[in-house]
Ligand binder design. Structure first.
Ligand code: UT7
Length: 334
């Protein structure tokens, strides 16, 4: 379904913010922790370093609040005017109380309701769809969408196959009715639950509640079948990006930026190649942040925001645990 035909109000991103913690975990640091090396990490993933929230008393909400505050200070947004706060995350502060509710109270969004959205590395992409739908329907006027993950809280730093990949961070965007003709144009979102055992955390949910045994087996940590995930990520991210271009009658040359989830530079390169993009059309921050899960896309928007011009054509693409994946087309509104 092409959203253009059904929309009453065009939804647009009208402000962005971001936050990464100061502590840097470099490849050289990891060499001292597990059997790995800088050359392998750089050539297989494109990552040089990642940021870690060291303070054990601070959780994902801290990252999300800092990103929200950054957006608020840059845009002069009055928090009391926010209708809804969504936090896309796989590392909520607690399994039950919504992290988003705590974020809302902490930033003074006292007229908002708030909830979390869980779709792993596709969480922010799906969250953009949800935010745009609330705005387009006319139901709400200001939706603050935050992607935030303290991945270091679920990474096993003795497992070299995962600990070199992930980092901590958060990014935030505000969705409002577009002030012009630009904004959310189209989306193509998919999932496949048959593959849930290829990437995830086994214990701590209702399938395997935490027990001594699950802890002895390290099931509280993230694991992934790297090769299986890699193959699916390459094909699904590239296919969905190609599909969204096709149905909007766009070619790679006509788009300004590909804004892909940052899981592995090789996956990003393959997606860009498939839709015929030059290097300068592809936004990346994996080199310095690693994979920050729900935060990669909003952090890209925050880092590159000064380059964007009104009307720029952007293609988003993501793939993550679940499996979940998809692509979206947005034109920049300011
Ligand atoms: O964001 C959510 C979605 N996640 C993804 O999209 C991640 C997708 N997967 C990947 O990015 C890649 O599969 C990895 C980066 C996780 C792994 O790269 P790979 O090229 O697929 O490596 P591999 O798992 O096939 O391992 C190749 C070799 C193995 O050694 P042998 O069996 O060939 O002797 C591994 O044991 O590399 C070894 N290896 C390492 N060596 C040094 C695995 N991890 C490391 C490491 N340092 N950290």
């Amino acid at each position: 379904m092409n959203l253009e035909r059904t929309k009453q109000i065009k939804a647009a991103i009208t402000a962005v913010g971001g936050y990464v913690p100061n502590t840097i975990l470099s490849n050289a640091d990891l060499e001292k922790m597990v059997d790995t090396n800088d050359a392998w990490i750089r050539s297989r993933t494109g990552i040089k370093e990642r940021r870690i929230l060291k303070d054990a008393s601070k959780a994902t909400s801290f990252l999300a609040i800092e990103a929200a505050k950054d957006l608020i200070s840059k845009s002069n947004l009055d928090p009391e005017t926010i209708d809804l706060i969504l936090v896309a995350t796989v590392t909520p502060d607690m399994p039950v109380a919504a992290t988003a509710a705590y974020v809302a109270s902490s930033i003074g969004a006292k007229n908002a309701f708030a909830y979390d959205l869980s779709a792993a590395c596709s969480g922010f992409l799906y969250g953009m769809s949800t935010s745009a739908a609330y705005i387009s329907s006319g139901r709400y006027k200001k939706v603050l969408l935050i992607g935030a993950d303290k991945m270091s809280s679920i990474v096993d730093y003795t497992d070299r196959t995962t600990c070199v990949i992930f980092g901590d961070g958060a990014g935030a965007v505000l969705f409002e009715a577009s002030p012009n003709e630009f904004g959310w144009e189209d989306e193509y979102l998919r999932s496949d639950g048959q593959e849930r055992m290829s990437l995830g955390i086994k214990a701590g949910g209702s399938l395997h509640p935490t027990t001594h045994e699950t802890v002895e087996n390290n099931w509280q940590y993230l694991y992934q079948e790297g090769k299986t995930v890699f193959k699916s990520a390459v094909s699904e991210m590239a296919d969905s990006a190609a599909e969204i271009l096709k149905r909007n009658t766009l070619t790679g040359k006509e788009i300004d930026y590909l804004i892909p989830h940052q899981a592995n530079k090789r996956i990003i390169d393959a997606t860009a190649q498939r839709i015929g993009l030059r290097e300068d059309q592809v936004l990346m921050n994996i080199t310095y942040y690693g994979n920050t899960t729900a935060a990669t896309i909003p952090l890209l928007l925050n880092d590159y925001q000064s380059k964007f011009k009104k009307g720029d054509k952007m293609i988003f693409a993501a793939f993550g645990g679940g499996f979940t994946w998809g692509s979206a087309y947005l034109t920049w509104a300011y």
